[in-house]
Design a protein around this ligand. Structure first.
Ligand code: ADP
Length: 481
């Protein structure tokens, strides 16, 4: 079985969020199961620098609407083969994959990700210059969501799976973009890629894909509702027969407290004592009072409204008064960044913050914090709450999406069943969050309860095997059609 896995980011080469983690771990898991999966990525400078010995595999001098493109081939360190779309005009620049250094979206994103989608579709059709032909094209989020549309109108096209990692980002562009990107006129209509007079990459993917998946069963239900459908609820409900929710796994080697080079001491479920050295190190590094007994809350997140950081900032004075400490790592919204830094000055010694992206520190926070905070307003799957359970750091989460599917609320009954792993709250406001924070601190003070919570989380299987097998079954189903 041959699968082309098109994505706009893949860890560790280029990462802004969970999509990158999944785009590394899922292909690796499929590869391990004997699937001939190949990743397709844009030739960002970070990718070309990390993989200096890529070989030219094909040339696309005249794709309508796009500059000259070369396709490069290489092998990722985990053995998964990779195609890189080399187009210096569109991809070779500073800043991030979607935005410039100032956090402003690149003006030519339609063309940049139209090209990525186009190449995926060419490789998945009879127009491909390569010998290697995929049985299935798998794309993810709006950045590759035009691929199903191109494929629909291409000769000898492979079936296509579209995975929604976050429906909030849809890639919507002015109407003339459709023709500029070489999409046939018949594609630009309400029964197609048009969305209220504009071109929606996401809608194109959801409309034309042969199968749609999203990253948790709960989110698959939620996106069919007015509250979390972001305008796509009607289309998704209409296509629910081909919509599946498959929970993301985590990379259990990358995220393993027993062998994590970012920690000062390794530990595991059977010997959790080593966790305290990491707490000490985290307190020291973040300028907090070094105190083994005070409950230490951690949060690693994009700073956006989605992630509920505003609520954490709102309750910070009460949290600190419990007493407790708070460590925040992330970047994003400029106002939130400022407030986070102000807070860390006002409560110096009790609140520590780092604004920026720091992979190593994110691992140390998972290990060194006692309790993890993830009060997302919506969360398609979420990875941090799984990392934190694996690191013996029970999470406090809002009851939404993948958080519901991966965290079991602590109660007398769930503790007795050996299933409790964290604290889930319903009411998405400061009172709801603060009440859950208080419950967590009470549990933290009870050694026996706390150990049970930690053990339950650490022993849970968050690996990719089951989910990768579910994707393989979807591919097989499409191949049989
Ligand atoms: P999302 O994809 O919505 O951002 P997820 O929880 O699914 O949220 O995944 C986020 C990933 O990005 C996690 O691996 C998390 O640790 C990482 N991450 C987010 N912000 C930072 C940061 N500032 N520094 C390091 N890692 C970060």
């Amino acid at each position: 079985m041959r699968v082309l896995f098109a994505t706009s980011e893949a860890a560790p080469l280029i990462k802004t969020g969970g999509l990158a983690d999944v785009s590394a771990a899922l292909p690796a898991a499929l590869h391990g199961m004997g699937v001939d999966v190949r990743v397709l990525l844009p030739g960002y400078p970070q990718v070309l620098k990390a993989l200096p010995s890529l070989q030219t595999a094909a040339d696309f001098p005249a794709l309508p609407g796009f500059p000259h493109v070369r396709l490069l081939f290489g092998i990722l360190p985990d053995g998964v083969p990779l195609w890189v779309v080399e187009c210096p005009e569109l991809y070779l620049r500073g800043g991030g994959p979607y935005q410039d250094e100032h956090g402003v979206d690149w003006m030519d994103n339609a063309q940049r990700f139209g090209l990525l989608s186009k190449i995926a579709a060419v490789l998945g059709s009879a127009d491909s210059p390569l010998e290697w032909k995929p049985d299935v094209v798998h794309c993810s989020d709006w950045q590759t969501a035009l691929a199903p549309a191109y494929l629909h109108f291409a000769p000898g096209a492979a079936p296509c799976v579209m995975t929604v990692h976050n429906l909030a980002f849809q890639g919507v562009f002015p109407p003339q973009t459709a023709a500029e990107l070489g999409l046939p006129a018949e594609c630009f209509q309400p029964e197609g890629a048009e969305y209220y007079g504009e071109l929606s990459f996401m809608k194109a993917g959801l409309y034309y894909a042969d199968h749609i998946t999203t990253v948790s069963p709960s989110y698959a239900e939620e996106i069919q509702t007015d509250v979390l459908g972001f305008g796509m609820q009607g289309l998704l409900a209409h296509r629910r027969e081909v919509l599946s929710g498959i929970l993301n796994g985590i990379d259990t080697e990358e995220w393993n407290p027993a062998a994590d080079p970012n920690l000062v001491q390794a530990y595991d479920a059977a010997n959790i004592r080593g966790k305290s050295a990491n707490k000490r190190e985290l307190q020291r590094r973040m300028g907090l009072h070094v105190d083994p007994d005070v409950p230490l809350f951690g949060m690693v997140s994009r700073f956006t409204h989605q992630k509920g950081l505003d609520l954490v900032l709102e309750i910070a004075p009460q949290l600190v008064a419990l007493p407790a400490q708070l460590v925040l790592l992330g970047s994003g919204d400029a106002g939130m960044q400022r407030t986070v830094l102000e807070l860390s000055h006002r409560y110096s010694g009790q609140v520590g913050a780092y604004v920026g992206f720091d992979e190593g520190l994110s691992h140390l926070i998972e290990a060194g914090a006692d309790i993890f905070l993830m009060p997302s307003r919506f969360e398609p799957c979420g990875l941090n709450q799984m990392y934190s359970q694996r690191y013996g750091t029970p999470p406090v989460v809002h009851a939404t999406g993948g958080l519901i599917d991966t965290v079991v609320d602590c109660s007398a009954a769930s503790l007795k069943r050996g299933e409790a792993t964290g604290f889930v709250f319903d009411s998405m406001d400061a009172t709801g969050l603060l009440e859950a924070v208080r419950r967590a601190v009470v549990a933290y003070r009870n050694k026996k309860t706390w150990r049970a919570l930690q053990r339950n989380g650490m022993n849970k299987d968050f690996g990719w095997d089951k989910s990768a097998a579910a994707y393989r079954d979807i591919y097989l189903g499409l191949m049989r059609r």
